[in-house]
Design a protein around this ligand. Structure first.
Ligand code: TYD
Ligand code: MG
Length: 466
């Protein structure tokens, strides 16, 4: 029989203390330590987060056999891209995101995509009943007999089923719902989540099946439970999007088997998540070419350029303090841009409310979108449209200068691909460009004022309202 010991486990960071204290010495949070009975691991077995079981001896570097893993191809291209080009057997992927964003949908679609390749895949659902999973599958037109659904939350029985069925892949939806008899604290507690995940992870490594874990997020948007979870797994993915928009971005924030910062773009449709192979085209689909207050930015999502429409509306304020509203751009960035517009480009905004929106529910964090945001605002104030064939790239400095941005060639290629004929960029990078894409005119501007001269078309905007 293994021994037990009592520890005080922090519900925020997961660190275990021998004595109760008001403040966690590791993360500094107050009143987060909870008394927890922990099983001492039997001698020779590892506890906690260690991965490789058994007694391993050190090996000289050249003697270590190359891990010639062959990736399992994933027919869903956008998912495959984010994973680094297929699934590595034995790898553990944590996928997280707001409730209702489409995690379960994506994973059942992944199961369906792999189920026909031979061998069963196991979908463990700790939250929904088997018939709820079936309902979703029916909606998606998934019928494969190779998808086994297990509605269970008891770790020991889940492990037994995995050992018995030897699945090709396992999905656990979600880690927070699984509990183990060996741990005294309740399901969803830090200790339960950490230790259950560690056991599943060990099994995945030993039996070399890929394991997908769904992780809940807290109100603040972090993955709920112990931070160590993110360190334990090989890959961490976030599925993001706005509740009222159908676009979903799948982002990799950690990937031991591929590049991070990769994004996959999907659209939540009537029958599940549909890949968006050409996101720029999708984001620009409903654009009115000659409307005031609209500008096109070329942003980078990881290594992928995406064209987005930035819209701005300014209107005379009814308040002493004019309002600034940012949707899809950082609020402080918007304040900075409006300040530079007023001070350096003589665009009067002191008595104007300013609303800025990125179309499609996308979040644009890059400063490279500054110029498009500024142009959209100026265009609305002046009621002059931004030229319809023009895309804008550039960061704005406090002196009203345009600052260069990275990965310009990729951005330019994407703009050319979508039929833009002119791109406005900071003068410094414009000069250094060696081979701009054919058919694309590169315009350089040194300051925001110069840029607005070029970007805004003379004459009033067409009234598109009627
Ligand atoms: P779900 O995968 O259950 O989200 P999560 O597991 O992240 O909580 O998806 C829930 C939402 O997706 C739900 O509001 C309905 C919607 N949806 C569709 O629009 N189309 C579909 O084909 C499916 C299955 C769900
Ligand atoms: Mg779900």
């Amino acid at each position: 029989m293994s021994k037990t010991k009592t520890r005080y486990v922090c519900q925020t960071c997961g660190s275990a203390q021998p004595k109760w204290q008001g403040k966690c010495p590791d993360c500094g949070e107050w009143n987060t330590l909870v008394e927890t009975v922990i099983q001492e691991p039997a001698p020779g077995r590892m506890g906690g987060a260690a991965i490789a079981g058994g007694a391993a001896a050190p090996l000289a570097l050249p003697d270590i056999p190359a891990d010639g893993y062959e990736r399992i191809p994933v027919p869903i291209g956008e998912l495959s891209r984010v994973l680094g080009g297929g699934i590595v057997p034995g790898s553990v992927v944590l996928i997280s995101g707001d409730p209702g964003i489409g995690k379960s949908t994506l994973l059942i679609q992944l199961c369906a995509a792999l189920a026909d390749g031979g061998g069963p895949v196991l979908y463990v659902s700790g939250e929904e009943s088997a018939s709820q999973i079936k309902l979703r599958a029916e909606r998606l037109g998934i019928v494969s007999a190779n998808i086994l659904v297990l509605a269970d939350t008891h770790l020991e029985s889940i492990v037994a089923h995995i050992e018995k069925t030897q699945p090709r892949m396992v999905v656990v939806d979600s880690v927070q719902s699984i509990y183990s008899d060996a741990i005294a604290s309740g399901a969803g507690s830090v200790t339960q989540v950490r230790d259950c995940s560690a056991q599943l992870l060990r099994l995945a490594k030993v039996q070399t099946f890929p394991l997908f874990l769904v992780g809940h997020v807290t109100k603040e948007g972090a993955i709920a439970g112990p931070r160590v979870l993110e360190h334990m797994v090989d890959t961490v993915l976030y599925l993001e999007g706005e509740r009222f928009h159908s676009f979903r971005l799948l982002r990799s924030v950690k990937n031991r088997f591929g590049s991070t910062n990769e994004v996959g773009v999907f659209e939540m449709a009537e029958r599940g998540l549909v890949e968006v192979k050409n996101p720029s085209e999708a984001f620009l689909a409903e654009r009115l070419p000659n409307a005031a207050g609209s500008a096109i930015a070329v942003t980078m999502e990881g290594t992928r350029p995406i064209l987005v429409e930035v819209q701005a509306l300014t209107s005379a304020t009814a308040f002493a303090q004019p309002r600034r509203t940012a949707n899809g751009v950082d609020f402080n960035r918007l304040l900075l841009i409006t300040a530079v517009l007023s001070k350096r480009a003589r665009i009067r905004l002191a008595d104007q409310d300013v609303f800025v929106n990125v179309v499609g529910g996308l979040e644009v964090e890059e400063p490279a979108a500054d110029l498009a945001i500024a142009a959209a605002i100026a265009s609305s104030v002046r009621n002059r449209p931004v030229a319809a064939d023009l895309a804008l790239v550039g960061e704005i400095g406090l002196s009203g200068e345009l600052r260069s941005v990275g990965q310009l060639p990729r951005r330019l290629n994407e703009a050319a691909k979508l039929g833009f004929t002119r791109v406005l960029v900071p003068k410094g990078v414009a000069r250094k460009l060696e081979h701009p894409p054919a058919g694309l005119e590169i315009l350089g501007a040194r300051t925001l004022r110069e840029a607005l001269e070029i970007a805004l078309v003379a004459g009033d905007a067409a009234d598109e309202s009627g």
